[in-house]
Design a protein around this ligand. Structure first.
Ligand SMILES: [Zn+2]
Length: 202
């Protein structure tokens, strides 16, 4: 019995290694549930690019099981916004490293409550698809995910895919495990499924 369980767990580990990977910033932390409020400071960004950011936040909300409310455009710096919201700004400080996006999650007592996101102003004139997936990637950080090198996941910093990959989704389900249901976290659930021989779905 014990041997069978170990073999089943090894099979799941292989599945994860073959295209379903995620990294958590803090394995003990979880993300906030309930309504997610966000703002956008657009500076010179185009309307279509601002709309792409809104679409991305809506999709993130659908993915993690949170309702999303847009609190509107603002001209205040994202870094000064309350930590229980997500403040997104098309800005790139002179001393920032090269990049298209940057996210700084707010963590309070082990809970990812929100944070702020910088989008490179160049994105304000970029194709909407690029703006969309960059925003999704940065929201992944806000939701507790770290980078992976798997080319099938959006948390790969090269942004190789247009949407969250299978590992991204398991990672977000892990950090949002208490949102919308009372069951155990996906990791014990995954283990239980394997023990029952029903495969590696999570
Ligand atoms: Zn990143």
């Amino acid at each position: 019995m014990r041997g069978r369980k170990l073999a089943a767990l090894a099979a799941v580990a292989m599945t994860l290694a073959a295209g379903c990977t995620y990294e958590l910033q803090d394995p003990e932390a979880r993300a906030a549930c309930g309504t997610l409020h966000y703002t956008i400071n657009p500076h010179e960004a185009g309307d279509a690019q601002v709309a792409a950011v809104q679409e991305a936040v809506e999709h993130y909300g659908d993915t993690v099981g949170r309702d999303v409310v847009f609190d509107g455009l603002t001209d205040t710096p994202a870094t000064t916004a309350p930590g229980d919201t997500v403040a997104i700004e098309f800005v790139w400080p002179d001393d920032a490293p090269t990049g298209m996006g940057y996210a700084e999650p707010t963590v309070v007592d082990g809970v990812f409550t929100g944070g702020w996101i910088y989008l490179n102003p160049a994105l304000g004139r970029s194709p909407e698809g690029v703006v969309y997936r960059t925003t999704l990637h940065e929201l992944g950080h806000i939701g507790g995910l770290d980078h992976v090198s798997d080319p099938g996941e959006l948390m790969n910093p090269a942004l190789p895919v247009d949407d969250y990959g299978p590992g991204d989704r398991v990672g977000l389900a892990h950090t949002h495990w208490s949102c919308g249901h009372d069951g155990p976290s996906p990791i014990p659930r995954l283990t239980a499924l394997v023990a029952q021989g029903s495969g590696g779905e999570a």
